[in-house]
Design a protein around this ligand. Structure first.
Ligand SMILES: C[S@@+](CC[C@H](N)C(=O)[O-])C[C@H]1O[C@@H](n2cnc3c(N)ncnc32)[C@H](O)[C@@H]1O
Length: 231
């Protein structure tokens, strides 16, 4: 299999600065992020099973904000080809280490550094685009979807799981997160609820086919959505 280049992004100077700041934050926390245990293993496994059932060995899949590649390493075998990307070179370095240390090769999977908000020039070639725990981290959800939707073929699936911070105690997004941000301990976040996320998807030509919560512990603010590109 010949590796294909990671699509080159189209960017503006302001966008480049915000990409740099985001990448620096995530580069700094990447090793700690990789070492942290998954809090709700049963919920995580339920999401992976659900996504696996939506993918097929004919699918070309793109993952955005893949972090250290945990989901991609589990899902790639169910696809024809999977490109998993992240804004942080350090996250991708860890993902590549994990790929290289697998007991068996996983030729379907490649990792690359890319900003989910940058318009890719590769065209509508993916059967599915995945975005787990990342849509609340982009600077502008509309701009991100303007970049993401054209990367899906018509009828392709956008599968996401997203923390909806507007569903938390309001003190957390309004007070705790800004304080942590000021201390350099949290990234910039977008605050929206599941209904707002769903209507943003619809505005961008995505038909939402499923809205689920997979958490098995307490109230789960992370909404899992399956949406199909209609136009
Ligand atoms: C909370 S982690 C989630 C990682 C992984 N998807 C998971 O569920 O474990 C968020 C990831 O999104 C990446 N990220 C943040 N903003 C991004 C952007 N604009 N484009 C691509 N990746 C981004 C970060 O580098 C980080 O790896």
């Amino acid at each position: 299999m010949h590796p294909r280049p990671v699509p080159s992004p189209v960017t503006t100077p302001a966008h480049t600065a915000s990409t740099g700041a985001k990448a620096r934050f995530w580069n700094q926390v990447a090793r700690k992020y990789a070492a942290d245990p998954i809090v709700d293993v049963a919920g995580y496994e339920a999401t992976l099973r659900r996504v696996q059932a939506l993918l097929s060995p004919e699918h070309t899949v793109l993952e955005l904000g893949c972090g250290t590649g945990s989901a991609a390493l589990r899902l790639a075998a169910s696809t024809r080809r999977m490109l998993a990307t992240d804004i942080s070179a350090e996250m991708i370095a860890i993902a590549r280490e994990k790929l290289a240390s697998l007991p068996l090769p996983l030729p379907q999977l490649r990792f690359g550094v890319a900003d989910a908000e940058a318009t890719a020039t590769s065209g509508a070639c993916h059967d599915a685009v995945l975005a787990f725990n990342v849509l609340h981290l982009v600077s502008d959800l509309d701009l991100a979807l303007q970049a993401i939707v054209p990367m899906l073929r018509l009828g392709g699936l956008f599968i996401s799981k997203t923390p909806c911070l507007a569903e938390m105690n309001p003190l957390i997004p309004r007070l705790v997160v800004p304080l942590m941000r000021a201390l350099g301990k949290a990234p910039d976040v977008l605050v929206f609820d599941a209904a707002q996320l769903q209507s943003t998807f619809q505005r961008h030509g995505l038909e939402v086919e499923a809205v689920e919560r997979h958490g098995t512990k307490r109230k789960d603010i992370r909404v899992f959505m399956v949406a199909r590109r209609l136009r």
